[in-house]
Design a protein around this ligand. Structure first.
Ligand code: C5P
Length: 326
């Protein structure tokens, strides 16, 4: 078994890989030109929730060494017989469902790099929620790194005069608004989930099943309402192909990794770790997808974001080493 300190870094590393692959695959899947209807983002969100709940159930089974019957009993006791505890998860579930749908809107309108750097603003919202809801204290350097982060994200938004976007200005605006809303939702839901996980003793997988149950219901209803016309015409799985399946699997894996990171590290550190995946997706987006031409200002902005990441992490180190030893 890995120690919590190991799990912390392994999970952060896996998160970087998962974030990079998800962003690129999702962007690719939304720009892929194929005959027939494109897959419904709302349906992909629901599929990912189902897959995630299935994976969590298997994990509970593996972790506890229970038989299927014993596990059924455990889930009944932990989920059905604790309605108040279960209901607490309805809040982040609703918010995450909205967020998961918003991210598709964002990636349908923004290139992968612009999207990822802008989404880094969630570190700021997460920090603000961590301070107000968890009572976390940040040092001067950490606040400074948050300012640097905002400056970097703003620079990345500066348009490139030599490569006017093929997309309309309107869709860039829609994309940025979707990311900004997702930043607020990510910060709040993440900190709320961290609070629930750290305040009670229930297993992280059971908590994730509770979260998934609500997310499934919200996502399903959202899909029925928002995409009712398309659903009537071509069904829930219209336009699914191998890339769609990859997006769904990556999104489900992401949910599991995020839960582990929140448990063993924390939300702010999680945000900074994903900054590293910006470098990877920028390079891949540039060389492979060719849908993005970085300007000097973009590089400066990205550099500020990355510098902010290290500045924030640098301050934390002594404290976290102490915390591990203790
Ligand atoms: O960008 P952010 O880190 O907020 O993304 C969190 C993602 O992880 C969302 O897609 C959310 O649905 C998922 N998640 C999850 N289970 C958790 C926490 C988050 O599936 N316990």
């Amino acid at each position: 078994m890995m120690s919590p300190a190991h799990l912390k870094y392994v999970s952060l590393g896996v998160l970087v890989l998962q974030t990079t692959s998800l962003v690129l695959t999702m962007r690719y899947s939304r720009t892929l030109k194929e005959d027939g209807p494109r897959y419904l983002a709302s349906s992909a969100v629901v599929s990912a929730e189902v897959l995630k709940m299935f994976a969590c159930t298997v994990l509970v089974l593996v972790e506890s060494n229970y038989s299927l019957q014993e596990m059924q009993q455990l889930l009944k006791e932990q989920i059905v017989k604790k309605p108040v505890e279960t209901m607490k998860l309805a809040v982040p579930a609703g918010i995450y469902t909205l967020q998961n749908n918003l991210l598709y809107v964002a990636l349908s309108n923004l290139d992968a790099a612009t999207y990822q750097v802008t989404y880094q603003l969630k570190i700021l919202t997460t920090a603000l929620f961590s301070v107000s809801m968890l009572g976390k204290r940040l040092s001067l350097f950490q606040w400074l790194s948050l300012l640097l982060l905002m400056a970097g994200v703003t620079l990345v938004q500066v348009p490139d005069p030599t490569h006017p976007k093929v997309l309309t200005a309107g869709s860039q605006f829609v994309g940025v608004m979707a990311v900004l809303m997702a930043c607020i939702s990510s910060g709040f839901a993440g900190v709320y989930f961290e609070k629930i996980l750290k305040e009670t003793k229930q297993s992280v997988w059971v908590r994730n099943i509770q979260l998934g149950l609500f997310s499934f219901v919200f996502g399903f209803v959202g899909m029925l309402v928002y995409d009712r016309h398309s659903l009537r015409q071509a069904g829930m799985f219209q336009g699914y192909n191998s890339v769609t399946c990859a997006v769904v699997v990556l999104q489900a894996v992401g949910g599991l990794v995020v839960a582990v990171v929140i448990k063993y590290a924390d939300n702010i550190l999680k945000g900074f770790a994903t900054s590293l995946s910006i470098i990877a997706s920028t390079l891949i987006s540039y060389f492979l997808l060719e849908d993005f031409h970085p300007t000097g200002v973009f590089f400066l902005g990205a550099l500020l974001v990355i510098a902010a990441t290290f500045l924030y992490g640098y301050e934390r180190k002594p404290a976290s080493i102490g915390a591990i030893k203790a």
